[in-house]
Design a protein around this ligand. Structure first.
Ligand SMILES: [Mn+2]
Length: 364
């Protein structure tokens, strides 16, 4: 018997073609499936960050709730200050007027330290220097998200690439505008500034003897327990509408009116349920907030709204415990004269340079 020649592996196929049956089988055999060529993921920037990594980026969610404690004895005064919006000179002036003493006074900022006014980073530095406690406002939140993005996937991108991405809706958040001051502030902050800001909770409860007070930037939903609030909503709530909390002032009813009704009901023993646990565990019923320049200063027995239109030529206001005293300074209109009576901007205004002398007056 003639020995079959040993075939090298790469000649097996051609050897089969000499066998008519094998040849036919080879012709009839279905073609092996070929996977389509892999499309390279779209990338941006010199560091080749993937488009999906940019678009799908999410910043760390804010801390919903923090119960504060005093390191030593309680301060003599708790000084709560409304939305500062980069008005550093007015913050300094207010602290002077109050004869603020570090170690004796504890300052609490209700949020929106930044944006709109001329010196946002200076406000952050001053607040850090005086060891202020702060809740997170919607503008603080936007700056924090920008910075987290710029420290993350945004690091690979140039400013013009960011602008292109904004145009093509490729940025991670709809409220990211490269022309807005949030982007610039996010870039200007130091690593310590952003670390400090990221810790701002959306709801802050105060230690004894001030523990009947809670601080938020926007408002609470009176139908929900404290720890079931939405952190996003707490930063922007002005009214409660049929669909729940809203930043609208025209739809539904002011959240603080519903809050007063709720507390009155609880005091009369007509509890509607949900909040009982929180009332018993946290023992608060009074709320200090900001965010509502349109309604201006709102001093009610249970709620104190401190956004008195500082950046629109109104006042920067401090509410002081104990005693519930109000102290304020008047402010120049940093919004370029474009703010309407409801405190909203009509159009983007020129922000006066930080060198311009503010036209404030001290109220004695
Ligand atoms: Mn706000």
């Amino acid at each position: 018997m003639q020995a079959r020649p040993t075939l090298a592996p790469d000649s097996v196929d051609s050897a089969h073609l000499t066998d008519p049956v094998a040849k036919q089988q080879a012709v009839d055999a279905p073609l092996p499936s070929v996977s389509p060529p892999q499309q390279a993921p779209k990338t941006y920037g010199r560091l080749k960050v993937r488009a999906a990594e940019v678009k799908d980026f999410r910043a760390e969610p804010p801390t919903l709730f923090e119960k504060k404690t005093f390191a030593g004895t309680a301060p003599k005064r708790m000084i709560f200050i409304g939305d500062i919006h980069g008005s550093a000179k007015e913050l300094n002036l207010l602290l002077c007027k109050l004869k603020f003493k570090k170690g004796e006074d504890q300052v609490v900022l209700v949020g929106d330290l930044v944006s709109k006014g001329p010196e946002s980073v200076a406000v952050i530095r001053r607040a850090r220097q005086i060891s202020a406690w702060c809740t997170r406002g919607n503008h603080d939140d936007r700056v924090i998200r920008w910075r987290e993005f710029l420290d993350g996937p945004g690091k690979a991108l140039s400013q013009s690439e960011l602008k292109d991405l904004e145009k093509s809706k490729g940025l991670p958040y709809d409220d990211f505008k490269t022309s807005g001051d949030h982007y610039q502030i996010a870039r200007d902050m130091s690593p310590d500034d952003i670390t400090w800001m990221k810790a701002f909770p959306t709801i802050m409860s105060l230690p004894s003897p001030f523990s009947e007070w809670v601080v938020v930037h926007g408002g609470l939903d009176p139908s929900k327990p404290l720890l079931k609030q939405s952190a996003e909503a707490v930063m922007v709530t002005r009214n409660i509408a049929s669909g729940g909390p809203t930043s609208s002032r025209t739809e539904g009813q002011a959240w603080f009116e519903l809050w007063a009704d709720k507390v009155k009901g609880l005091n009369n023993g007509n509890s509607t349920g949900g909040n009982d646990v929180d009332f018993n565990e946290i023992h608060f019923n009074k709320i200090i907030y900001g965010h509502d320049a349109g309604r201006n200063l709102q001093l009610h027995p249970l709620t104190k709204g401190l956004d008195s239109r500082c950046v629109y030529g109104g006042q920067l206001t401090a509410f002081i415990l104990p005693g519930e005293k109000i102290v304020s300074v008047t402010c120049p209109n940093y919004d370029g004269g474009n703010a309407g009576k409801d405190g909203r901007r009509r159009r983007r205004g020129a922000i006066p340079s930080a060198k311009a002398e503010p036209m404030y007056t001290v109220e004695q």
